[in-house]
Design a protein around this ligand. Structure first.
Ligand code: 2RA
Length: 333
């Protein structure tokens, strides 16, 4: 396959290079694209240095089979036609097309088949918090319909990009030295803090990030499920955590839930409270699963269940899911 990555220099672009190599994706030619600023830089792929070309409206995508795009929504909107006009499949990590009726929004473990019907030649990758949520919801939904979800997210700095991760580290260094911390990537200092805002606020008091979890979850699961989210930025480098409360059609026992999670695609159970075993971001970065623990009955609802998840925001939250979409398409076309 002739593959393209658009947005190579970003955190997700860099992870795409790693995931493609680690999973031995069938790459015949790899073409890297980026902004005028990143054009000319080179990155290693399978022992070869590949130079980034500036993304332009030309026929560079004529021989491309699959293009992974992670360069922001405005770039996706501007270049979708240029990328797809010769037949390349565009797997887009931005939010630009996620709610477009003619663009499937896909997490392969849940609705991979949707990726096979792509009228615009585009498949959308969900928001990282949504991908993590639906991977955990799916095994329970297979037992009994989930009617409502409440979720609080604890989102790593990586969600705002590589520069935000650097700024978080820099803030701690500056604070230790007694200096005023650099604050540019978030509204406030993140070190020693929590910021209960990810993305801008909408008219209903929820942020766009929280509304993405509502709408994207319904589209991926083909469900009338209702999701109320509170998305919080926390001083963690690159794994998101989510505290989840669900209400199901019928009561579900802890044992049933544990059994379902233990067998679920993309899930790894870490749930042994007596041994203080539960998922934590530290040490899980760079791994693929959505880790699930702290499973317990919701004390407030006999049809309720509560649990905790952790997952690497750049892998399953973005690069890994995108590559898995491509693998699904290749395998099933
Ligand atoms: C964030 N989910 O964490 C958003 C975008 N990656 O900032």
């Amino acid at each position: 396959m002739n593959i393209a990555i658009v947005g190579t220099s970003g955190a997700v672009g860099q992870e795409l290079l790693r995931v493609l190599e680690q999973r031995n994706f069938p790459v015949k030619e790899l073409h890297l694209f980026g902004s005028s600023r990143s054009a000319g830089t080179s990155y290693n792929f399978k022992g070869k240095q590949i130079v980034v070309k500036e993304l332009q409206h030309n026929d560079d995508f004529k021989r491309i089979d699959i293009a992974f795009v992670s360069a922001g929504g405005s770039t996706s909107l501007e270049f979708a036609e240029t990328i797809t006009k010769h037949g390349a499949i565009m797997i887009d990590n931005s939010s630009a097309f996620r709610m477009d009726d003619e663009v499937p929004l896909v997490v392969p473990e849940i609705n991979g088949e949707d990726a096979l019907n792509r009228p615009k030649g585009i498949v959308a990758n969900p928001n990282c918090t949504t991908a993590q949520l639906v991977i955990a919801l799916k095994p329970i939904e297979d037992i009994t319909h989930i009617k409502k979800v409440h979720v609080a997210t604890y989102q790593a700095a990586s969600g705002a990009g590589a520069a935000a991760m650097k700024e978080l580290e820099e803030q701690y260094r500056e604070l230790v030295k007694g200096e005023k911390p650099t604050v540019s990537k978030f509204a406030y200092q993140l070190a020693y803090n929590l910021i209960p805002q990810v993305d801008v606020f909408t008219d209903n008091g929820y942020t766009k990030e929280e509304m993405k979890m509502y709408y994207e979850t319904r589209k991926i699961m083909h469900s009338n499920i209702e999701v109320s989210a509170t998305c919080v930025r926390v001083p963690v480098m690159r794994a998101h955590s989510e505290a989840i409360w669900i209400e199901t059609e019928r009561p579900i026992s802890i044992e049933e839930a544990r059994e379902a999670f233990s067998k679920a695609d993309g899930v790894k159970l870490i749930d042994n409270p007596n041994e203080k075993e539960y998922p934590m971001p530290l040490g899980l970065e760079g791994t693929d699963p959505v880790y699930v623990g702290r499973i317990r009955k919701d004390l407030t609802n006999e049809n309720g269940l509560s649990f905790w998840t952790v997952s690497d925001q750049i892998r399953k939250g973005a690069a890994l899911n995108a590559v898995q979409i491509a693998e699904y398409i290749i395998k099933n076309s």
